[in-house]
Design a protein around this ligand. Structure first.
Ligand code: HEC
Length: 122
């Protein structure tokens, strides 16, 4: 094998590796898709309103679970804490039956209920 052929092969191999890395990075970016609050609201209204007041408009009328507006307004509420809350069993219900996509949508919706004004210290 001539040296020129060898160099071409090496260059080709490097290009293949770069393409594979690019494909992987692209896949990772797609997985980190942000939740969609609009569809999160639909999920929440379908699945959660039996117990929670799930919207700003209905705040205060929840049956026996905390209003989503109240949960969203807590200092300790973050996307991470909501993910954790979804994982455990919950309010006497065995476990939520939705996938990570729905969970991210509901989380985005719940975080959108945060009061916009800066919160007063409590
Ligand atoms: C069968 C009644 C019921 C349904 C349906 C329900 N919840 Fe709850 N949820 C509760 C109760 C009760 C609590 C408060 C006690 C607790 O944390 O277990 C609660 C608490 C929570 C909390 C706060 C946990 C914390 O850290 O205080 C979150 C977040 C939550 N629910 C999200 C949801 C979402 C999202 C849905 C719909 C997909 C939903 N819940 C549907 C009963 C329910």
């Amino acid at each position: 094998m001539s040296q020129a052929t060898l160099i071409r092969l090496v260059i080709l191999a490097v290009l293949v590796v770069i393409v594979l890395i690019a494909i992987r990075l692209h896949g990772a970016a797609a997985q980190e898709r942000r939740g969609d609050p609009q569809s999160g609201r639909l999920f929440a209204e379908a699945l959660c309103t039996e117990c929670h007041a799930a919207s700003r408009e209905s705040a205060g009328v929840g049956r026996y679970a905390p209003d989503f507006v109240a949960i969203a307004g807590r200092r300790s509420t973050t996307a991470q804490s909501l993910r954790r809350a979804f994982r455990g069993s919950h309010g006497g219900m065995p476990q939520f039956e939705f996938g990570p996509r729905e969970a991210e949508d509901i989380i985005a919706y719940m975080l959108s209920l945060r009061p916009r004004a800066p919160r007063m210290p409590r």
